[in-house]
Every structure is written in structure tokens, then in C-alpha cells.
Design a protein around this ligand. Sequence first.
Ligand SMILES: CC(C)(COP(=O)(O)OP(=O)(O)OC[C@H]1O[C@@H](n2cnc3c(N)ncnc32)[C@H](O)[C@@H]1OP(=O)(O)O)[C@@H](O)C(=O)NCCC(=O)NCCS
Length: 173
Amino acid sequence: MTRPPPVELVDLEPGERDRAVPVIIDSFEGIYRWHAKRTLREAGEVRAAVQDGEVVAVSMLERFVPEVGYVYYLAVAASRRRQGLGQLLLDDALSRFEKAGVEVVYAAAEEDNTASLTLFRSRGFRLVERKELGYKEGGLGAWGLRSRMRVVWGEVLLGKRIAPPRTPGPSPV
Ligand SMILES: CC(C)(COP(=O)(O)OP(=O)(O)OC[C@H]1O[C@@H](n2cnc3c(N)ncnc32)[C@H](O)[C@@H]1OP(=O)(O)O)[C@@H](O)C(=O)NCCC(=O)NCCS
């Protein structure tokens, strides 16, 4: 039996990001597709899983402030799903954010996107409530950042703390 070609994770620099467009077309429709293509051009960092020279999965990452990382989009070619590529790119994003000194990582997902929600939850993400304690105080509230995350109606915000807050939390009463 022949082994499948190995998967390599690489940075996609701005000039080569169009290589991921087929994965975007495969993964999103309508306004999401338009926005994902725009984000592909603009995101601070784009990581790709490459197999046999072909981009088969992509992640788009941003750092809004030094403590906060954001997974804008995660997409896997339809024919390559359930083979661990989404998990591989999410683990890669978390480890890069951790090395860069990020404290909290967020991602938005449509509330009925079972694949995405299950994947993020399996990596320790949880739903972020609108009114919870902010990330600077040790909670996951994304105060002041939601508009930059462009979380829209029908989506939920997920978050995971990967390092303790640098600033002290509220003192006990
Ligand atoms: C969400 C997505 C990125 C997952 O990628 P993937 O490579 O298929 O995921 P993985 O194979 O790494 O799966 C890891 C785990 O996630 C969960 N998961 C993935 N797909 C799932 C599905 N369709 N239903 C339920 N759980 C799922 C499972 O827990 C899975 O582990 P398992 O296979 O051992 O059960 C992929 O479905 C996708 O590209 N969807 C379209 C784009 C999208 O919606 N992106 C997310 C919002 S930005």
C-alpha cells in the first residue's frame, strides 16, 4: 500500500495567498466567501497545510493587541475533511500564539456549525458570554474587541485562555 504524501505546514506570504482560494471556495458561500477571501489578503498571518504541492487547508490569524490572538478562519478542502487537518492547523495556531506571548485566543463560529464548534471545544475553547469578566481581569470577555472580530448575528464567540493575565485581577473584597 502506498502512503499518502506528507502534510507540511507553511506560511503563506501575501504574494502567494491566492493558492488558498480553492479551499475558501470549497468551504464558504455568499458573504462569508467574500469576507474570507478579503481576510485571506489582509490577515496578519496565513498558515497553510500543503500536500503534494497543493494547499489543502488554511488558517487566517490575527493579533489585535499583544495579549489577544484571533483565528479568523479555518478551512479544509471538502475532500480532505475528517483527516485531522483542521485540528493540525488549530494546534499550530495555538502553539504560535503561545510562543508569541498571547494570553487569550478567540474564534467566531456560526451557532449551527457543528464541525467547527466540536473542533474548537475539543481544543479547550468555550462559549464567551457577552457580559462576563474581561480577558484583562482573568475572564474571557472580549471587551472592546468584538467589533474588530466582526462577530455577526447567528455566530457565537469562542475563547480559550492559554496564559495567565499579566495584569493582576480585581482584589478580593
Ligand atoms: C470545521 C473544519 C475546519 C474542520 O476541519 P477537519 O479537518 O474536517 O477537522 P478534523 O478532521 O481535524 O476534526 C477534528 C475534530 O473536530 C470534530 N469535527 C470535525 N468535523 C466534524 C463534523 N462534521 N461533525 C462533528 N464533529 C466534527 C471532531 O471532534 C474531530 O475529531 P474526530 O475526527 O476524531 O472525531 C471543516 O469542517 C471546514 O473546513 N468546514 C468549512 C469551513 C468552516 O466552517 N470553518 C470554520 C469556521 S471559520
